[in-house]
Design a protein around this ligand. Structure first.
Ligand code: PEP
Ligand code: MG
Length: 595
């Protein structure tokens, strides 16, 4: 039998699928395919009007049953006792909310009555309509919600059918899950000790699946188009979490090459851990502050494990996600207080809500204008919704009494925006004090994100009003080059190494330094160790990045002689061809910098 399988395996040709990488590292293992589309093979049955009520009742019973099954999963997630478990817990709760009187359930109820069809078919129709409506909004967060709706729909159909869902079979050792899409709730059923990696056909790099994969710390790839047609359970699979490649039935030569790559990666990871408490100082004595970006509070564990000196960007959007109502001041305070306490004296930079464009709009009731990325978003949106802004700022001020906090304003485009927020904070602070609430004195530093070209070009004026700068290269690249950062069609032009972007970073850094205020880079380039010498060469001394990148960047800093590369950095900034800039960047490699 084993011999037969071996022969079949050797007859297969190697196939490579490419998706988006969401977790570093190499996984080599055995495919376990899961196709959730199978759950959607239901028949539409016409029902007489007299049966509508009982069919609607059957739906509600199924929703309660599905919710009960999720409750069990919730227990399993809690018992995981780690960040991934906590994150799954939140997601399962969101699913349960969708199963109780949500738009989905109401929509299915209506369809049973209006179309006179069975509940299963009505579920399918409703999720189809909702997915279409969300997809046409072209919003990354809403796209992630489509996966949630489909998952809840799948669970409903399962609960409506007489058969109980099949228990998830035990995974073989080194299993690699291959799925069309993988719900976080399904992930809770998997044993991470058995799981080597995962790859999905759908889901963006911001999807929950990607988030869970990252917190499980396994190599993963999402959006590998057509992959499921080329894989069968039992096939040997390689997942390259750094390039996004999924290699099915690799040849012996490919396997050998990847085993080598895997060993090298694991060795490098192990030795990086030794750097956790080593100060980030260049060979010629320049101290660099390495901080972490946080999107979810569950990441705090990895922030501490990375040895980051603080949180350089706390994206507060997650507090507004997956919910029907805005979070109140106390709720926000509880979350922020926990973060500040966990960071135990290390600074926490809390960014006010960055709603709009590709980021959440539903709960705050933001209607996208004709060009959302250029419309009402970020600080301009918050200033147009005073109550929402004041609630958030009050919560931040109260949390600031518990440890060092900085307040960061997204998408600042004019000095007036900073002045206005400063006035609001002054008034709120006085009001809280009058009520006997403990608030910091002096007020926490207020900083501006530099992510609009106009802000970068007037960085000198903004620096006069700001206590610090954080350069958001993700948006700065998008706006400088007129490239929608979410649009795959123009992603080949999205290049933070474009001289226009580099000059704006450099200009902002110089303005900050002339004004004597700290400046950090907190866009994705901060975590790319190939760019570290260049950013440091611009005079940047603070970088904030995903926790997983902190030690890698620290290693680069320890190897660097900043004084020795000054001339080469100058050559790069004088260069106007992006390709040449990439080539010159390679000359800033650690061995060269020892010269
Ligand atoms: C940026 O734009 O670089 C940034 C850090 O903010 P976000 O990615 O959240 O827009
Ligand atoms: Mg931004």
């Amino acid at each position: 039998m084993a011999k037969g399988r071996k022969r079949a395996e050797s007859e297969k040709t190697e196939r490579v699928f490419v998706g988006s990488p969401v977790g570093d590292g190499i996984a080599i293992g055995i495919a376990r395919c899961q196709d959730s589309r199978a759950a959607f093979n239901v028949r539409e049955i016409t029902i007489p009007p007299t049966k509508v009520r009982s069919e609607q009742h059957r739906l509600l019973e199924a929703a309660a049953k599905a919710s009960g099954r999720l409750e069990k999963l919730h227990g399993q997630a809690t018992r995981m006792g780690n960040a991934a478990g906590e994150e799954l817990g939140y997601i399962i709760e969101a699913y349960q909310q969708m199963l109780s009187g949500s738009r989905l359930i109401r929509g299915v109820q209506r369809r049973i009555a209006s179309d006179n069809i069975n509940a299963e078919a009505a579920v399918l129709k409703e999720i189809g309509a909702m997915s279409e409506a969300f997809a046409s909004m072209d919003d990354a967060y809403l796209s992630a919600r489509i996966a949630d709706i489909r998952e809840v729909g799948r669970r409903l159909v399962e609960a409506l059918s007489a058969d109980a869902p099949k228990a998830s079979k035990a995974l073989p050792r080194n299993a690699i899950i291959i799925a069309d899409e993988l719900s976080p709730a399904d992930t809770a059923l998997l044993d991470p000790r058995q799981l080597a990696g995962m790859a999905t056909m759908f889901g963006g790099v911001e999807s929950h699946t990607a988030i869970v994969a990252r917190s499980l710390g396994i190599p993963a790839v999402v959006a590998a188009a057509n992959m499921m047609d080329g894989v069968q359970s039992g096939d040997t699979i390689i997942i390259d979490g750094s390039t996004g490649q999924v290699i099915v039935s690799p040849t012996e030569a490919t396997l050998k090459a990847y085993r080598h790559k895997q060993t090298t990666f694991l060795k490098a990871q192990k030795s990086l851990k030794k750097l956790k408490t080593v100060p980030a100082v260049t060979r010629d004595g320049f101290k660099i502050k390495l901080q972490a970006n946080v999107e979810l509070p569950t990441e705090l564990e990895s922030v501490l494990a990375s040895g980051a000196e603080g949180i350089g960007l706390f994206r507060s959007e997650f507090m507004f996600m997956n919910r029907a109502e805005l979070p109140g001041e106390d709720e926000q305070f509880e979350v922020l207080a926990q973060v500040v306490k966990t960071m135990a004296g290390r600074p926490v930079t809390i960014r006010t809500l960055d709603a709009g464009a590709d980021k959440l709009g539903d709960v705050v009731g933001l209607k996208p204008g004709p060009n959302p990325a250029l419309g009402l978003r970020a600080i301009r949106f918050s200033l147009s919704r005073r109550k929402l802004l004041m609630t958030q700022l009050s919560a931040i001020l109260r949390a600031s009494a518990l440890g060092p906090v900085r307040i960061l304003l997204p998408m600042v485009s004019s000095v007036e925006e900073i002045r206005e927020v400063r006035r609001i904070i002054g008034r709120l602070s006085a009001r809280l004090k009058a009520k006997g609430v403990k608030v910091p004195d002096p007020m926490p530093p207020i900083g501006a994100m530099i992510e609009i070209p106009g802000a970068a070009l007037t960085a000198d004026a903004l620096a006069a009003e700001s206590d610090f700068f954080a350069i958001g290269t993700n948006d700065l690249t998008q706006y400088t080059l007129a490239i929608d950062r979410t649009d795959e069609q123009v992603s080949y032009l999205y290049n933070p190494l474009h001289p226009a972007v580099l000059r704006l970073i450099q200009f902002s850094a110089e303005a900050a330094s002339a004004a004597g205020i700290p400046v950090s880079v907190c866009g994705e380039v901060a975590g790319d160790d190939r760019l570290t010498p260049l950013l440091l060469g611009f005079g940047i001394t603070e970088l904030s990045m995903a926790p997983a990148s902190v030690l890698k960047v620290k290693k680069r800093i320890l190897d660097l002689n900043l004084t020795a590369i000054t001339g080469r950095v100058r050559r790069i900034t004088a260069e106007s061809d992006p390709t040449r800039i990439r080539e010159l960047l390679d000359t800033l490699s650690p061995s060269d910098s020892r010269a």
